[in-house]
Design a protein around this ligand. Structure first.
Ligand SMILES: C[S@@+](CC[C@H](N)C(=O)[O-])C[C@H]1O[C@@H](n2cnc3c(N)ncnc32)[C@H](O)[C@@H]1O
Length: 409
C-alpha cells in the first residue's frame, strides 16, 4: 500500500469516531464519512505502523443509513461528524458504541435500553467562533484554515442571529483584532465574550450590540449583567463566561432527572467534579448534607452564589482537585457518590478512595464511554452496574453522554 493510491473496499463497521473501518492488503484502514456495508473507493492519505487513514473518493454501493447532510459546511468544518447518517441510525450507532466499548475494555455485555433524545438541531446554547479579520467560523480539522460560516445549525437560533450581526460588524471593521468570540444563551438572554478588540472599536461594538445582556472583553465586563441565570427544575443557576454549563439544556435537564431518580433520601452525598454546582444543588434536596468538589475557582464562586440564589444551606463547595480532597471525606459516612468528570475521566487515586468510601450507590455521569469503562474496571472490584442510560447530548456528532448507576456488591 502506498500513499495517494486508490482502492475499492467494503466498510465492515464504524469505529468510535464514526470512521468507516475496512481491511485493505491486511491493513486496517479508517475512512471518515464512509458507512457500514458501503462499497467505496478510497484514496490512502496517511500510512502509520499498524493502520492507514484514507479519504472517501467515491461511494460505489450506498448504505440506506446515508442522507444528504443539511449543513453546507459539514465536510469542511469538523464540528459535526454524523450529519451524513439518518438521525435514528446516529442513535443506534451511539448505543452500539457504548456496548462495544464495555465489551472491549471490561469484557462485559451491557444492555442500553434507551438513548434519550429531545432535539437534534439548534440545541447548542454556547458556541466559540474563531475570527480572522472579516471571516468568522471554525478551523478546518487539524489546519489553521478558517471556514467562514454564516450559520451553525446545531446552535440556538438566537446565537445564529447574533452571528449574522457580528459578521456585518467584522466585514465593516476588518482591523478588529478579534480572534475568538464566545456566544452563550441562557433563558433567552445572550452573553458575548470577545478575547480582544481594537480599542477604537470597543464603544462601537458595545453600541451595536446593546441588545446583548452581558458583554465581556477578555476577563472584563464592559456592558450589562455580570452573569446570566438559567433555570433547571425551577431552581436558578448563575452562569458566567468561564463557568461550565451543559451545552444542551433540555437534554441535560432530563439527564439530571435520571440521576435524581436513583437517589433516595440520604445523609451525605458527595458530588465530584461539581462545576457550577447544578447537580449538587439538585441533589441537596434529597440529603441532609451535600458536598461538591470542583477545581475551577470561578465555577465554585458561581456555585456558592447559586446556594444563595436558591436559599440552600446544606451544601458545602470545596475548590480543589478531587484527588487532593477525596481522602478527607472517608470518615463522613457517605451514602452516595455522584461523579461527572471531564472527558479524560477520573484518576486511580480517586477511584481507589471511592472503593474505600463504600457508598451504597455511585452515579457516574460520563461524556466519554471509553474513560467510563476504564474507570469501571477499577470500581468493579466492589460495584455492579445496575443500569446505563444514554442521552444524545451532542446530536450530529459522535459524542454520547451516559448516566451509569453502580450498586455496592
Ligand atoms: C463535565 S463537568 C461537570 C459539571 C457538573 N456536574 C454540571 O453538570 O454542571 C466536569 C467538571 O470537572 C472539573 N474538573 C476537571 N478536573 C478536575 C479535578 N481534577 N478535580 C476537580 N474538578 C475537576 C471541570 O472544571 C468541570 O467543571
Amino acid at each position: 500500500m502506498k500513499k495517494d493510491e486508490f482502492y475499492e473496499t467494503k466498510i465492515l463497521r464504524l469505529n468510535n469516531e464514526a470512521n468507516g473501518v475496512s481491511i485493505i492488503n491486511d491493513i486496517v484502514v479508517f475512512t471518515p464519512y464512509a458507512l457500514t456495508d458501503e462499497i467505496v473507493n478510497v484514496k490512502i492519505n496517511e500510512i502509520h505502523k499498524n493502520y492507514a487513514e484514507a479519504k472517501l473518493n467515491k461511494i460505489i454501493k450506498k448504505s440506506n443509513d446515508r442522507k444528504e447532510p443539511i449543513c453546507p459546511y459539514f465536510y469542511d468544518c469538523g464540528g459535526c461528524n454524523l450529519m451524513h447518517m439518518n438521525y435514528n441510525n446516529q442513535l443506534e450507532f451511539k448505543k452500539d458504541k457504548i456496548k462495544s466499548i464495555f465489551k472491549k475494555i471490561c469484557n462485559i455485555n451491557i444492555d442500553i435500553k434507551n438513548i434519550y433524545s429531545y432535539n437534534n438541531l439548534n440545541y447548542r446554547n454556547k458556541v466559540v467562533f474563531k475570527v480572522k479579520k472579516d471571516k468568522i467560523g471554525f478551523y478546518k480539522n487539524n489546519t489553521n484554515e478558517l471556514i467562514d460560516i454564516d450559520k451553525c445549525i446545531i446552535s440556538d437560533e438566537k446565537i445564529n442571529d447574533c452571528l449574522t450581526d457580528i459578521r456585518k460588524f467584522i466585514k465593516k471593521y476588518k482591523d478588529n483584532n478579534i480572534n475568538e468570540i464566545m456566544i452563550r444563551i441562557c433563558d433567552n438572554k445572550l452573553m458575548i465574550n470577545i478575547d480582544n478588540i481594537n480599542k477604537q472599536l470597543q464603544d462601537k461594538f458595545i453600541n451595536d450590540f446593546n441588545y446583548i445582556s452581558s458583554i465581556y472583553i477578555g476577563d472584563k465586563l464592559v456592558y450589562g449583567e455580570k452573569s446570566l441565570n438559567e433555570k433547571v427544575n425551577n431552581l436558578v443557576f448563575n452562569v458566567s463566561p468561564k463557568s461550565f454549563f451543559q451545552v444542551n439544556h433540555i437534554t441535560s435537564e432530563n439527564l439530571y432527572n435520571k440521576a435524581l431518580s436513583y437517589v433516595d433520601n440520604c445523609n451525605t452525598i458527595v458530588d465530584l467534579y461539581s462545576g457550577t454546582g447544578t447537580l449538587t444543588i439538585l441533589l441537596s434536596k434529597r440529603a441532609k448534607k451535600a458536598i461538591g468538589i470542583e477545581i475551577v475557582k470561578q465555577a465554585v464562586n458561581d456555585a456558592k452564589n447559586n446556594l444563595i440564589l436558591n436559599s440552600i444551606n446544606n451544601v458545602e463547595f470545596i475548590c480543589d482537585k478531587v484527588e487532593n480532597k477525596i481522602d478527607k471525606l472517608k470518615n463522613l459516612n457517605i451514602d452516595l457518590v455522584v461523579m461527572d468528570p471531564p472527558r479524560s475521566g477520573s484518576d486511580k487515586k480517586t477511584l481507589k478512595s471511592i472503593l474505600d468510601i463504600q457508598a451504597k450507590k455511585v452515579i457516574y455521569i460520563s461524556c466519554n464511554p471509553v474513560t467510563l469503562a476504564r474507570d469501571y474496571n477499577i470500581l468493579k472490584e466492589k460495584y455492579d452496574i445496575k443500569e446505563i442510560t444514554a442521552f444524545d447530548m451532542f446530536p450530529q456528532t459522535y459524542h454520547v453522554e451516559s448516566v451509569c448507576l453502580l450498586e455496592l456488591k
